[in-house]
Design a protein. Structure first.
Length: 88
């Protein structure tokens, strides 16, 4: 269960980081603070799950975190481009 939770949280966290990067780059100020709050909550879940491993390197946890992050980043770019308008 820890792998599923970490995958989802990592997906969400990196999605939000990529979304935030586009908010800043395209001056979408109204989205910056809410996105930061969501980033903080998802980052906490990822860190908590890693801490539960008590310092042991776990290749499956690395893989689920990496795959979740990659998918989140791709989806954020697509959604931001499609639904958030650039400020002129």
């Amino acid at each position: 269960m820890i792998y599923i939770t970490t995958f989802i949280a990592s997906f969400a966290f990196i999605f939000l980081r990529a979304f935030q990067q586009r908010n800043v780059a395209f001056d979408n100020y109204v989205w910056i603070v809410p996105t930061s709050l969501l980033m903080a909550s998802t980052e906490f879940v990822v860190i908590s799950n890693i801490a539960q491993q008590q310092g042991y390197y776990n290749i499956w946890l690395v893989a689920t975190t990496g795959m979740g992050g990659g998918g989140g980043s791709l989806l954020a770019a697509i959604i931001h481009k499609k639904y958030i308008k650039k400020r002129s």
